[in-house]
Structures are given as structure tokens and as C-alpha cells.
Write a protein that binds this ligand. Sequence first.
Ligand SMILES: C[S@@+](CC[C@H](N)C(=O)[O-])C[C@H]1O[C@@H](n2cnc3c(N)ncnc32)[C@H](O)[C@@H]1O
Length: 381
Amino acid sequence: MPDNVKWSEEQAAAAERKVQENSSQLVCREKQVDYEVNAHKYWDDFYKIHENGFFKDRHWLFTEFPELAPSHNHLASLPLEKQRSDVCEDGPDLTTEQHKCTCTIGGCETQVPPVEERVTQELGHLEIHADEFPGSSASYRILEVGCGVGNTVFPILQTNNNPNLFVYCCDFSATAVELLKILPDPPAFAFPKNARISPLLVTRSGFFWWEKQYWHLKRTNSEYDPSRCFAFVHDLCDEDQSYPMPEDSLDVIVLIFVLSAIVPDKTPTRRMQKVIIKLSRLLRPGGVMLLRDYGRYDMAQLRFKKGQCLSGNFYVRGDGTRVYFFTQDELHALFTAAGLEKVQNLVDRRLQVNRGKQLTMYRVWIQCKYSKPLVPVPHAT
Ligand SMILES: C[S@@+](CC[C@H](N)C(=O)[O-])C[C@H]1O[C@@H](n2cnc3c(N)ncnc32)[C@H](O)[C@@H]1O
């Protein structure tokens, strides 16, 4: 798969025509409000269906963002070709078709409080003091926002063996955060042999449902080590919610395919801008924000059908989750308005060939690194 392919003028014009066509009919106002108000519920449903099986672990992170692996020497032993091919395969392909499934989870009764309640209960006990907060004794702190089920966090914890590292991660999907903390794949047919099972439950789906509950209750993810990691439910757009660490305390903030899920900044709410400003306050001077996200005319954008467009370059997938497609300039404006300085802002364009359908399409991702200046510059509030 060739990297960073250049587009001819005709290709760019053809992509523009497709976007004009699929944007010619917008989703009605009522549905737009529903997608906004219930955004976390649509992502909850997504994770109930896919659990940890959708996004691949992003091991390419360390070649693109060495800040995540201060001791990343082992990568030097990998052939360069292998390092690059990992990058090709790992971008999420959130196509409409893949997101069109419906939720089939049954509403069975259980003694365990709902996921959201449990995670909130845990957070409720937290009081944040300037020198006593989760990870306060660490000397290198990374926060991933919109972490999903941990496909970025776990590679960081596995790869970065710095004993002074602490990783925070959050998502507004309580289901995702809960999945991140448990082992999501129970071994097949692992229900204990001596368990008493009511004949009423021995229907095929009943058996599997109970087996799953058993493992969810009994097991925690051994990779989720609370001495190195803290996961919490947090809506980036909720201006009243605070983060469990003080300002100027983080070395790195990671945003992987998450900003694109937020209402674009052209709207009066200026959601994205507020998110970046709030996050930038958490960075210590010299700290960096790392982003990889969808770029304008990515194949996922061109595949949308008429009637799925919410506003310019912002779409809703078949499962109710939303996605925006950025330009480099838009991201630059967001970061610099938050007082950050550009270290990197690049487009990664890759050709994808579907030989069966004789189709060539392009993945377009944008990758950014912006740092907080050592001497603060005034910025928007
Ligand atoms: C495309 S997924 C990427 C997940 C993860 N970063 C990864 O690379 O596997 C987008 C994630 O952003 C989360 N998300 C979307 N809007 C959010 C918000 N306002 N606050 C917190 N998380 C959000 C979703 O729940 C979802 O887990």
C-alpha cells in the first residue's frame, strides 16, 4: 500500500463531487438533536455489540508518536517496512456498512448496578487535591481521551516500562470504560462445571448470557493495573465535569479518532474549541497534544450516502455515531487558538485497492503534534 500518495486535480475534483452529492440532503433537525443529546448512548450500543473486537490495538503509535514510549528502543529491532505496514492496517475503517448493525442485547435482570452507576460511584469518592490525586506520585503522565476499550492505552502500558509512568484514560461511553477494565473475551464454554443452572436458563441464548455475566463478575482485566492506570467516564463536551488531575500536570494528551466524533466547530456551540482549550490547561508547559483523525475526502466520507449528512463534512453512520472529516488548517486553528504551538501537522494519504470490486480508494488521515509553550501565550477562554 503506497504511503502519502499525491492526488491529481481530477481525483480531488471527483472527491469534491461525491461530497457535494452526499451532502445535498441533510438529516432532519429532530434527528440531529437526538444524535447530539444521546451521543453517548449510541456509542454505548456500539460497544455492547462489538465489545473489544472492532478497533485493532494501535501498535503503530510508537513509531508515529515516540512521546508515548520513552523507552521504545525495541522498535529499532523491527524492520522499517514492518513498522510502516502496521500503520497502514490500523486506521479504523468506520464504514457505514460496518456500523449498521442493531443492538440485540436482552434486558435481563441482574443484582449488579448498571455500568454507569458503578463507574460514577467509583468516581464519586474522588477528591482532587493539587498534590494528592490518582497518579500524583508519577513523573510522566499520559491522558488518552475517547479511549474506547483501551486499544491505545494497553499498548502504551505494555510497551512503556517506565516505572514512573501513569496513564489516565476516559470515554463518555460507560460501557467502553467497563469493558476496558474487564477481560472482554471469556474462554469458550468456560462456565464452571459444578454450577447449578436452572433448566429455565438452558436455552442457547440464556446459557451464553449467564456465562458472560459470570465472567464479567469474576474477572478483571489483568492488564488494567490501578497502580499504573486510571480509567474514568467523562464527557469531553460537558463543561461542568472536571478531570481527576490538576492543571499543568500532564506530559502528553492523546486524541485518536475522537475529536471527529464531536459537533464541528463551525456551530455556535464551538464544542471542539472548548474541548481543546480545557485539555490544554491540563498540559504542563512543554507537554504535547497528539492527534490522529479523519482527513477530508477519506474513503469513509466518500462512501456516505445521501441523507446521512448532518452539516458540512459531518455525517452520521448507520448506528447513530457521528464523524467529521478535517482539513489540516482547521486543526491548526483549533490548537493554536488554545495557545499551543505546532510541532507537526501532516496528511497521511494511502491508496487502498479492492481487487475483487476493481476499486481504488484513499484513506486520508491527519496527524498533529502541538505543544504547550514554556512561557504561556494569551489565548481564547
Ligand atoms: C472512533 S472511537 C476511537 C476509540 C479509541 N480512541 C481508539 O483509538 O480505539 C471514538 C471514541 O470517542 C468516544 N467519544 C465520542 N465523543 C466523546 C465525548 N464527547 N466525550 C468522551 N468520549 C467521546 C466514543 O465513545 C468512542 O469510544
